[in-house]
Design a protein around this ligand. Structure first.
Ligand SMILES: [Zn+2]
Length: 236
């Protein structure tokens, strides 16, 4: 019997909210746990997309770079894509896709979303590399670069996390995009789908890996009361 894929996550979103941006796991190590996913690089150096076992970062100037194994990440989610057959979908905007997926009755489980196809419109953002002392995530999100493209072909990939896990992840949908020609990518803000294959991968197992030798993390204090507001501001 096929073993269900597992969701592997290094770090938590709450760590980024608190300004813990230092990379604490190498891409080489990360890719042992999955060939597909999303994340960010050390210092919030762009938005990361992992496809077919290659990690890319989309930087603030719009350039896309395939990352070498020694680059480090503070926060990334990966899984092994089972490449199960998808379903054809067309015409969705981002809110329409979210409403459609929410209607599938999977609100309390983690799952991956992958859309491969043509997008009539795509709007993304990228954060940009920060230097120490790091600000909080919401300040970085205020300085983001926004990109828009029309008739772009590529892959949208990301995850749904139940509300209960806000802080571990960003609750709700967290989606990134990379065009096939690498001309457009980043954290997805909006889109209008032409047509694409939609595949969903649900996870019974969530493997959370923490940077137990990072001194900043070990000493950090997390402000739980403001966490939800800060994530909503930075990630949506
Ligand atoms: Zn993102």
């Amino acid at each position: 019997m096929r073993k269900d894929p597992k969701l592997f996550q290094h770090g938590t979103l709450a760590m980024l909210v608190a300004g813990l941006f230092d990379g604490t796991m190498s891409i080489e190590e990360l890719l042992k746990h999955g060939d597909s996913g999303i994340g960010t690089c050390s210092g919030l150096d762009g938005e990361m997309v992992i496809l077919d076992g290659i990690a890319y970062t989309i930087r603030r100037d719009g350039t896309v770079e395939a990352l070498s194994g020694d680059v480090k990440t503070p926060f990334t989610c990966v899984h092994f894509d089972p490449k199960s057959p998808g379903q054809k979908v067309s015409g969705f905007s981002l809110p329409e896709l979210e409403a459609y997926l929410k209607g599938q009755g999977m609100g309390n489980i983690f799952y991956a979303v992958k859309l491969t196809g043509r997008f009539a419109k795509m709007k993304t953002r990228t954060v940009f590399k920060q230097e120490k002392p790091y600000p909080g995530l919401s300040e970085v999100a205020d300085q983001q670069a926004v990109f828009e493209g029309e008739n772009t072909t590529g892959t949208l990939i990301g995850y749904y996390a139940p509300d209960l896990y806000q802080g571990i992840a960003s609750s709700g949908f967290h989606l990134h995009y990379l065009s096939a020609d690498h001309a457009l990518g980043g954290h997805v803000l909006d889109f209008q789908l032409a047509e694409a294959d939609l595949s969903l991968t649900h996870f019974s197992d969530f493997d959370l890996h923490l940077p137990t030798s990072n001194a900043d993390f070990l000493q950090a204090n997390f402000d739980l009361a403001s966490l939800n507001d800060q994530i909503q501001q930075a990630e949506h």
